[in-house]
Design a binder for this molecule. Structure first.
Ligand SMILES: [Zn+2]
Length: 467
């Protein structure tokens, strides 16, 4: 079966074939660690995770790279406001980021390069752009000359004829009306971190980060580049301009973008006070995997409207799925194996793949799974399903869950196995009155972002976040 993926660049679903048969390179724009991620950011990471897992199910080897932006206008401003070093400030939010993605069962990328550790690569790319005439100096900074790049606007569908030459924009983020020559390198400013380099004293702009990092880890051409739709302009458009001008090669073969997440039909924003984080969901009593289910069960290219009702509904559905999966392994019956169930299993697997091959149509894939569950449940209730058939259904569910990763039979908390094991170990230590060990484990859990509270009824855990 042929996998088709929607490419933002062409505006069409295209047959996927990687540049190199043995490995698929995926570059995903990672977090800017100036604040806790909101659930809109997290949605884009879950989408990239499902994409990667599905490619693996199809037999591809994947190398995924996700940068961590620990240097940009926002992180610098926020660390100054708190009076701590940029490193100290961003380290804290990097820990929260990994805590979030672990709770959401997002498989770790192969590498998470930090921007501050790749200044050399960025400087070298800016130098190449200067040498090739795609960039120019103004005061102590370096700007990208967008009119020198013929294809500028191809991804974001921008009409270049309205652009005036030589007008620059300093900010990392700006709107389409402000399309201008953007900063590749920013001159040293009082009170900002800077590096002494051969192109001067200063720091890189935001956009050059991803171009330089992806070239270092994945070569000049990447198979798939993922991000949220709000990255299309200016960020991804600028990445194309930088990379293709510097290397002379096509930068990305498939551009994939995850749609916006709305909250009560409104865009999340600080001014509306409607920012929702994973922590706010967990502390409202919902499991993190309910959020994963909510994300995975909707199509990544559809806007998703988050409401508290929707997360409640997602958790209920997930409970039903877990109840179903829990029934299967211990099920015993004298009923004979049925050809109908064998056919149902085959057709469910086939439908799952047909839907996923169609630009990761997860809602269609879930429809196939739920249809099978409905029929199998009836067989279980009436004990008409054979023991062997129940095992086969279980096996199929587990195989599909390698992509979806939503099931946790027998577990009611959305914690990783590692963390659950630590919590249990600490309980044992407490029962043995080994309070020193219990305390050590509590500290280790805290480092992982989990805070334990001893209550009369037992131990409760919370993710630890700083607002
Ligand atoms: Zn990026």
């Amino acid at each position: 079966m042929v996998l088709k993926l929607y490419n933002t660049l062409s505006g069409e679903k295209e047959v996927f074939s990687p540049l190199n048969d043995s490995i698929v390179g995926i570059y995903s724009c990672g977090p800017t660690v100036y604040d806790v991620a909101h659930i809109g950011n997290l949605r884009a990471y879950v989408f990239a995770d499902v994409l990667r897992r599905y490619l693996e199910l199809k037999g591809y080897k994947v190398k995924q790279v996700m940068n961590i932006t620990d240097l940009d206008d926002k992180t610098i401003r926020a660390s100054k406001e708190q009076g701590v070093s940029l490193r100290e400030y961003t380290d804290r939010y990097i820990r929260f980021f990994f805590n979030d993605i672990d709770l959401l069962r997002i498989r770790r990328a192969d590498v998470y390069p930090r921007v501050t550790e790749h200044i050399k690569e960025m400087v070298s790319m800016v130098k190449t752009l200067l040498d090739k005439g795609y960039a120019y100096r103004k005061d102590g900074s370096v700007y990208y000359k967008i009119q020198a790049f013929r294809d500028y606007g191809n991804l974001a569908k921008i009409d270049l004829s309205k652009i005036k030459a030589g007008i620059t924009v300093e900010a990392d983020e700006y709107e389409k009306e402000d399309v201008r020559d953007f900063a590749l390198w920013k001159e040293k400013k009082e009170g900002e971190p800077f590096w002494e380099t051969e192109i001067g004293e200063g720091r890189p702009g935001w956009h050059i980060e991803c171009s330089a990092i992806s070239t270092k880890y994945l070569g000049p051409t990447v198979d798939i580049h993922t991000g949220g739709v709000d990255n299309i302009f200016p960020h991804h458009q600028n990445e194309i301009a930088q990379s293709e001008a510097a290397t002379g090669k096509r930068f990305v073969r498939y551009w994939m973008h995850c749609e916006h997440l709305l909250v009560n039909n409104k865009k999340m924003s600080k001014s509306l006070g409607n920012i929702i984080t994973l922590e706010s969901i967990v502390s409202s009593g919902f499991r993190a995997d309910a959020l994963r289910y909510l994300f995975v069960s909707s199509h990544y290219r559809s806007k998703l409207n988050f409401t508290w009702e929707s997360i409640r509904h997602a958790e209920n559905t997930l409970d039903r799925l877990n109840n179903f999966i829990e029934r299967l392994p211990g099920y015993e019956s004298d009923a004979l194996d049925s050809e109908e169930i064998a056919r149902l299993i085959r057709s469910t697997q086939e439908r799952f793949e047909i839907e996923m091959d169609n630009d990761l149509n997860t809602p269609g894939a879930f429809a196939a799974v739920f249809e099978m569950i409905g029929r199998v449940n009836t067989g279980l209730d009436e004990a008409k399903l054979s023991t062997q058939d129940a095992r086969a259904v279980h096996e199929l569910m587990m195989r599909l869950d390698k992509v979806l990763d939503i099931l946790s039979p027998g577990k009611k908390e959305g914690l990783s196995e590692e963390i659950e094991a630590l919590i249990e170990e600490r309980e044992r230590a407490r029962r043995m009155k080994d309070f020193k060990k219990a305390d050590e484990i509590r500290k280790r859990l805290e480092e992982k972002g989990i805070v334990l509270e001893d209550t009369r009824t037992g131990v409760r855990w919370m993710s630890k976040f700083i607002k």
